[in-house]
Design a binder for this molecule. Structure first.
Ligand code: SF4
Length: 464
C-alpha cells in the first residue's frame, strides 16, 4: 500500500503547480516520434522495391523484428495490431508464411550480421513450443545469426507458462518484457486484462532463474479508475519484483482508431492534473529506488543493458521503442511489421489474408512506405538524439558551420522553452532539463516542419 509518507516524499506541490501551468501552455498535439518522416506521413504503396531501400544502407549489421499478432483475449486499452484467437493452430500457417517471407529477404541480407531478434505482438507466447523452435531454427537457416545475437520478446503473463520461458531461454532469449499495465483488480477488469500478482511474479521469477538479464514490466498511467495513489502502488509492486526495467507510459485514448477503447469511455479517467502528478510521482519514486529515466518513459537500473547503451552511445529509438544496436536497420517480418533501412521505412500489410497471399507467392507483402530525404534525415538525427540522450549539438548533426541558418526557425522557437526552464542552450548545444522531461515530445516537435501548420497536428494525441 502507498503510505502517507510515500506520497509526501514524492509529491512537491510547487513543482506540480509550475508544471501544470506549463502543461497548459504546451498542451498541443504532436506525433509520438519513432522515425522521421513520422508514421502518419507514410503512404500506401504497391510494388515497393524493398531491395533498393535495403541496398541504400551501408550498415554491416541489422536487427529483425517478428510480429506474432495472436492474443487469447482482447484488452480494451490495446493499441497494437492484434487478432483474438483461441486455437493455437491458427499460428501454424502463420509461421509457414513467415518462413516464406524470410526466403524473400534472405538474399538481400546475406551479408549483414544480425545483432538483435525481437518477437512482439500480439503475444509471441501464443506459439506452441514446436512453433517457437521452428521459427528460431528458420531464422538461423535464413540469416547470419551469431553467438552475439541478442534475443528479446514480449509476453502476456496471463497466458505464459513456465515451460515456454524455459524454452525461450534455451533458444537464447535473454530479455523479456511483461505486459502488466496495472496490478489492481478494478482497473484490470475495466481494461479486460485480469491477472493476479502471483501469475506475474511466476513469469518474472522463472525468467530470472533462467538467466534473462533484462526483465521489464510495462505499466500505464492515465487509465480509467487509476488514482495517484494506485499508480504509486503499481510502482511499489513492480519494484518489489526486483526487475531491471520499468516502462511507465501515458495511456493514449484513441477510440476512433482502436474501437475496443470505446469500452473505457464508460468509466472516469483521471484529470489532466492528476496525470501530471502521476508522471512526477513515478519519476521521483523510481529514481529514489535507483532507476534512471531514459527518454520519457523507460526507467532502468544500472545493471540493465539499456543503461550501458546510453553510456556507450549506442541507444536507438525505433518502432520498437528503445533498442540497443550498432545499426539502426531493422527488418520487420509478419503482418503490420515495419522495416527500417537507411532512414526510410516500409510496412507490411495489416491484413493476414493479404499477407498470406503475397508471401505464399514469394512476393513482398509491403503496403506502405516512407522515404526520407536528406533534410528529413537531419531532422531525425536531432529528434533521435533528444529522445535517446536528451541533448544535441546542432553543429555536430550538420557537420557544418551553417547550423544557425539551417535551424533558424527552430532556434527561435527553442528560446521559449529555455525561458520556461525546460532546456539549457549553450552555443549550438542544448540539453533538456529535469523539468523538461515531460515536454520531450514538444521539444522534438520544434524540429518537425509540420509544426508550422498546427491543423496538421490535430490528428495526433497530446504531446504531454
Ligand atoms: S495482450 Fe497485448 S497485444 Fe494482446 S490485446 Fe492485450 S494489450 Fe493488446
Amino acid at each position: 500500500m502507498c503510505t502517507q509518507k510515500d506520497s509526501a516524499q514524492f509529491t512537491h506541490s510547487e513543482s506540480i503547480d509550475k508544471l501544470s501551468k506549463l502543461a497548459k501552455k504546451y498542451a498541443y498535439s504532436a506525433p509520438g516520434y519513432f522515425a522521421y518522416p513520422t508514421f502518419a506521413d507514410s503512404h500506401n504503396a504497391q510494388n515497393v522495391n524493398a531491395a533498393e531501400l535495403i541496398y541504400a544502407s551501408r550498415q554491416e549489421s541489422a536487427s529483425i523484428y517478428i510480429h506474432i499478432p495472436f492474443c487469447r483475449t482482447l484488452c480494451f486499452h490495446c493499441g497494437c495490431h492484434e487478432e483474438v484467437a483461441q486455437d493455437r493452430r491458427e499460428a501454424v500457417e502463420y509461421i509457414d508464411r513467415l518462413i516464406d517471407e524470410m526466403v524473400i529477404y534472405k538474399p538481400l541480407l546475406y551479408n549483414k550480421r544480425i545483432e538483435r531478434v525481437h518477437l512482439g505482438g500480439g503475444c509471441p507466447n501464443f506459439l506452441s513450443e514446436h512453433l517457437i523452435v521452428k521459427l528460431i531454427s528458420a531464422l538461423y537457416n535464413h540469416f547470419t545469426l551469431t553467438c552475439d545475437t541478442v534475443f528479446s520478446l514480449e509476453v502476456d503473463p496471463l497466458t505464459t507458462t513456465a515451460g515456454q520461458i524455459v524454452l525461450f531461454s534455451k533458444c537464447g532469449f535473454s530479455r523479456i518484457s511483461v505486459g502488466v499495465q496495472d496490478f489492481h483488480d478494478n482497473v484490470q477488469r475495466v481494461i479486460n486484462k485480469v491477472q493476479s500478482k502471483e501469475q506475474i511474479r511466476s513469469v518474472i521469477d522463472t525468467a530470472s532463474a533462467y538467466g534473462f538479464n533484462s526483465i521489464n514490466i510495462d505499466l500505464f498511467y492515465g487509465l480509467p479508475l487509476q488514482t495517484v495513489e494506485s499508480v504509486t502502488e503499481n510502482l511499489q509492486a513492480a519494484v518489489a519484483m526486483d526487475i531491471s526495467r520499468v516502462t511507465v507510459t501515458k495511456y493514449e485514448h484513441r477510440p476512433a482508431i482502436f474501437p475496443a477503447q470505446r469500452e473505457l469511455d464508460k468509466y472516469p479517467f483521471p484529470e489532466e492534473n492528476e496525470q501530471l502528478m502521476m508522471f512526477c510521482n513515478t519519476k521521483n519514486f523510481l529514481q529514489h529506488h535507483g532507476y534512471h529515466l531514459i527518454g520519457g518513459d523507460h526507467f532502468v537500473l544500472e545493471r540493465d543493458p539499456l543503461f550501458l547503451a546510453v553510456k556507450e552511445k549506442r541507444l536507438l529509438r525505433n518502432f520498437l521503442g528503445y533498442d540497443i544496436a550498432y545499426s539502426a536497420d531493422v527488418l520487420g517480418l509478419g503482418v503490420s511489421s515495419i522495416s527500417h533501412f537507411a532512414g526510410s521505412y516500409f510496412q507490411n500489410t495489416q491484413r493476414r489474408v493479404d499477407y498470406y497471399r503475397a508471401t505464399e507467392q514469394k512476393k513482398s507483402p509491403v503496403a506502405k512506405v516512407a522515404i526520407a530525404d536528406r533534410r528529413e534525415k537531419v531532422t531525425w538525427s536531432v529528434i533521435h538524439n533528444l529522445l535517446c540522450y536528451k541533448q544535441v549539438d546542432l553543429q555536430n548533426v550538420l557537420t557544418a558551420s551553417h547550423y544557425q541558418h539551417h535551424f533558424q526557425r527552430e532556434l527561435a522557437l527553442l528560446h521559449d522553452f529555455e525561458e520556461d526552464g525546460l532546456i539549457n542552450i549553450t552555443g549550438s548545444h542544448f540539453d533538456v532539463t529535469n523539468d523538461g522531461d515531460i515536454f520531450l515530445r514538444n521539444i522534438c516537435s520544434v524540429f518537425d516542419v509540420r509544426t508550422t501548420n498546427k491543423q496538421n497536428f490535430c490528428r495526433f494525441s497530446s504531446a504531454i
